[in-house]
Design a protein. Sequence first.
Length: 280
Amino acid sequence: MTARHILTLACPDRPGIVHSVSAGLLDVGANIVENAQFSEPDTGMFCLRTVLDTGETDPDAVRRAVLARLGDVPTLRVRREADLPRVLIMVSQVDHCLVDLLYRWNSGALQIDIPLIASNHPDLAHHAERYGIPFVHLPITPDTKPAQEAELRRLIDEHRIDLVVLARYMQILSDDLCAHLAGRAINIHHSFLPGFKGARPYHQAHHRGVKLVGATAHFVTADLDEGPIIEQDVARVDHAHTVAELTRLGQDTERVVLARAVRLWSEDRIVQVGTKTVVF
């Protein structure tokens, strides 16, 4: 009986990395079935994603075998493919991204577990109920923000959450929470930024006569809406589109882009390198 694992790493580039990884995998009788690598020229970092089959079912044992050949690489990660990432979805009052993620998860298009949905409003609880997923209402005000985020962190730990998805969660996370979730939280927003900030961005864009609407999915950082970009897309528009049509096209793009980003993360295809990402 064999188990399939996914290995990813990022480290300073040097000769012999692939040889060392391959030798370590051979030590556990692994067969490489998929491999992708990239040397990032701006940072000098080497990125690797390898899918392998082996009789060793413990991913930690595979990791130790590779490290024994490669040397200490803190960013080396091995995950058994069958162990699905546990994803917390956070929302506010707009449901298009949540509904899309739940549909894809329920249909098997997203290979993740969703143990919890959290929101600062109760409005979307019925979507969670439909799929039998616990829904937690975490109301927030400026005065209660520290306590609300402390409870959020407790839930993340209790449910062993691997990834937090801000599916139009309309609250700014504190710097401390951003640091705690570094590389483990994805946000989605319209791609007009840094233009048309604040409320009613599609109204602002319509007033300026934009020719493209789009969406960006990125890792969450303390620099608002400036984290490393994972996925983007656009739709072309013209002078005849109304505000409602711009909003609809923008929301369509948001849900597709966010779903792509979550899928890429869940398949260990994203390697963060400085201020950007390598996506295999």
